[in-house]
Design a protein around this ligand. Structure first.
Ligand code: ZN
Length: 74
């Protein structure tokens, strides 16, 4: 048995036939929007990771450039 949210809610004779979303009265549409929002948040997280990586790369580059300049001045 699966509810409209795709959660396994056990057999029809079981006591609990509602998932958390059912209990909260969340409609299928609201659920779809929540899933969409979650995937958007995941994308934002991935982008933030990339930005962090780029920032650290820039720092490494700066250090490398400073090192090269130091060598040139010798
Ligand atoms: Zn449900």
């Amino acid at each position: 048995m699966y509810c409209k949210h795709g959660t396994n809610v056990g057999n029809p004779y079981g006591a609990d036939l509602m998932c958390g979303f059912c209990e909260d009265g969340i409609t299928e549409t609201e659920f779809e929007l929540m899933k969409e929002n979650d995937s958007l948040l995941e994308k934002v997280d991935a982008l933030e990771e990339k930005i962090k990586y780029l920032e650290s790369q820039e720092q490494v580059l700066k250090i490398a450039m400073a090192y090269i300049k130091k060598l040139e001045n010798k």
